[in-house]
Design a protein around this ligand. Structure first.
Ligand SMILES: C[S@@+](CC[C@H](N)C(=O)[O-])C[C@H]1O[C@@H](n2cnc3c(N)ncnc32)[C@H](O)[C@@H]1O
Length: 380
């Protein structure tokens, strides 16, 4: 079976490396995600173990679809009864690129028509649509007038790990935090700090990754577990996968620190870490008082941007001054504006363009030189 794991724009190389490390087969990065192959259980394993993948999609058909009729016919020809009955609910997500049909909602609608008509022809009744919680979530991607139809193996976006309290804030997505950590080159052994932690996403992802906690374990069930072909044999295999994932987790990991000037953010991080089952050293601290880690380690952070210009400039100056002192540390900054790059006063070793939702950001990676080994104390 052919799978396509989707990734936030710019994080495809991180996802490719992750899937290779997890020993998936025929892993190949592409625009918007990474291809891999295997039995359905491999799709399940990707949902359970990938931290960077946003969705895991199973390809079910690919055909030319230059117009609405061709799309409808192509979808209708698929044997939907393998995955659904008239009692199943369905939803369709669509995306279009460089094609004559440009309205994704229209493409989704025609795809849905093809599915329900196919099921009605086979089984005499049509399935209902449930946009919020469908049994079968279908994705259709139209590129250069060719449609590829997928089933969403996870049944939704995998960034939700189950620990985040609803807060009204706009934190980093867990999947993007995981990609940043991977791109930073963190070895999961040295200490790590996020000195502007907000809700704690980066620090929690770091601690969970270092402890080999499977990110999908918190999900009660994945999308494929609601498909009609999900029988006892597959159920047993998925049960084994989950048991093996539980056994894989390490009891401890390197120290992970999180701090923020805002006591409410600190409280939120503490509560989130507790729910995530990871232990962090969390405290209220202004970044101006950031101390070196001992031994020197990694700083991975996402400073504020899009605030009042003068306020942003002064925070960014404070952050850059604090970071430049951290000899021997590796620093990764997800920057939403060019200010921090200038304030660091040196070229980054590496950088990447990443998308935090609609915002184009740069991930800047610095090795702070001049280490003579050892820091001056831990930040707590
Ligand atoms: C973009 S948010 C970080 C979001 C975080 N990555 C998350 O996922 O929730 C930036 C954070 O920087 C914090 N901050 C602003 N000025 C600070 C300072 N001088 N020292 C420490 N933290 C600061 C803010 O309170 C805010 O929580």
């Amino acid at each position: 079976m052919r799978f396509f794991a989707t990734a936030a724009k710019g994080t495809e190389p991180a996802l490719r490396d992750e899937l290779r490390e997890l020993r998936f087969r025929r892993v190949r990065a592409d625009r918007g995600g990474v291809h891999f192959e295997g039995e359905l259980i491999e799709g399940a394993r990707a949902c359970l173990w990938s931290r960077v993948a946003v969705r895991v999609l199973l390809e079910v058909a690919s055909f030319d679809a230059g117009d609405a009729q061709a799309l409808y016919e192509g979808v209708r020809a698929i044997r939907w009864d393998a995955w659904m009955t008239p009692r199943s609910t369905v939803a369709v997500r669509a995306s279009c690129r460089s094609s004559r049909m440009t309205h994704s909602q229209f493409v989704a609608q025609r795809t849905k028509d093809g599915i329900v008509d196919a099921v009605r022809t086979e089984a005499g009744e049509r399935p209902d649509v449930d946009r919020d919680d469908p049994d079968v979530l279908v994705a259709v991607h139209l590129a250069r007038d060719r449609a590829t139809v997928y089933l969403d193996v996870g049944g939704g976006s995998l960034h939700e790990r189950g620990w985040r309290a609803r807060s009204g804030e706009a934190p980093l997505r867990e999947t993007l935090a995981a990609a940043i950590l991977r791109l930073s080159g963190w070895d999961r052994e040295r200490p790590l700090i996020d000195p502007m932690c907000g809700a704690g996403t980066i620090a929690i992802e770091a601690a969970a990754w270092a402890r080999r906690m499977a990110p999908g374990l918190s999900r009660e069930r994945f999308g494929f577990e609601r498909w009609t072909d999900h029988g006892d044999a597959m159920r047993a295999r998925v049960c084994d996968l989950r048991d093996a994932a539980r056994a894989e987790a390490r009891a401890d990991g390197p120290p992970v620190y999180a701090s923020d000037v805002d006591p409410l953010a600190v409280e939120r991080t503490r509560a989130n870490a507790l729910r995530a089952g990871v232990s962090l050293v969390v405290e209220t601290r202004d970044v101006r008082r950031l101390a070196p880690l001992d031994p020197p380690g990694f700083v991975v952070t996402n400073p504020p941007y899009g605030e009042r210009m003068d306020a942003e400039a002064s925070v960014i100056e404070d952050l850059a001054r604090a970071l430049r002192r951290l000899q021997g540390h590796t620093v990764a900054i997800l920057a939403g504006s060019p200010a921090i790059g200038r304030a660091m006063r040196s070229e980054p070793e590496r950088w990447w363009i990443l998308h935090n939702g609609p915002i184009e950001c740069r991930l800047l990676l610095y090795a702070i030189r001049g280490a003579r080994g050892g820091g001056t104390g831990d930040p707590s």
